[in-house]
Design a protein around this ligand. Sequence first.
Ligand SMILES: C[S@@+](CC[C@H](N)C(=O)[O-])C[C@H]1O[C@@H](n2cnc3c(N)ncnc32)[C@H](O)[C@@H]1O
Length: 279
Amino acid sequence: MDKPSTVTSNHYGQPNLSRLIDTALRDARLLNQTLDHKLISAIDQFHIGGLRATMDMIRLANFMPQDLVLDIGCGIGGPSRTIASECNCKVTGVDLDLGYCKAARSISKSLRLSNQTHFIQANALNLPFEDRSYDAVWTQHITMNISNKNALWREFYRVLKPSGKLLMYEVTCTSDDKEKIKYPTPWASKSEDSFLENIHNYKESLNKCGFFIEHLEDVSSIAKSSIKSVIERIKQNGQHKPGLEIVLGDRFSVMMENLLDSLNGDQLNVVRLLAAKSS
Ligand SMILES: C[S@@+](CC[C@H](N)C(=O)[O-])C[C@H]1O[C@@H](n2cnc3c(N)ncnc32)[C@H](O)[C@@H]1O
């Protein structure tokens, strides 16, 4: 049985997050400029590769204007705002962490995107939406927090319209030998809270649930060079702000080192996937 609220609040919870974000933006003199989603991407794109990874996924998604997109495990809403701004879609972000949802709403308000992005605290395994209500479900770096992947796919399938799209950008493991993976990582403080699976299991269970995989790409080498440049930036400048350090705290740099080690050691992969719900 999943207990995701415990897992995520222990790992992700960050008191006064909205205030920290406001302060960081002000310190960087960003609050005085006309904010747009690109300007604050150092803070609000909470996954490997940041804005670039989101833009690559948007190209793969080929959204239509006014598509209804559900961003599951939306964090503080960077990808939701990017989809809304770049594609003119209406995006609902869902996250377990109430502080993240509040921060997401507050940033969207500053960017005048409140009418196109909405954020709701909910569990991905029990979504408060009607059957067949979304054109696309989008996830970035959340499935590693959820052990019952079959239940997750069933929920995705339920809320998608017929022929709806599932887009995922996730970290997978390469074998069942997970002992060598070092923690903390950006998604878990310890191995007990990390539910990594290999890509074959993803494919098999998604197919069984009724998804047809249209595109699957291993993007580990792009991920590695992006992590390397973050580590380099921290070494040269210290933990400069604003950055993901605000969301992940002081352990950010050790998380990046651990992640790079596990990718270099071939214990982890980063994958991008597009699947369609059978109609
Ligand atoms: C690594 S962050 C990624 C955030 C966002 N997708 C992004 O890329 O900017 C993972 C997020 O998943 C959320 N999460 C984990 N388990 C969840 C669940 N069962 N239901 C909803 N959100 C969950 C966490 O609270 C966290 O915000």
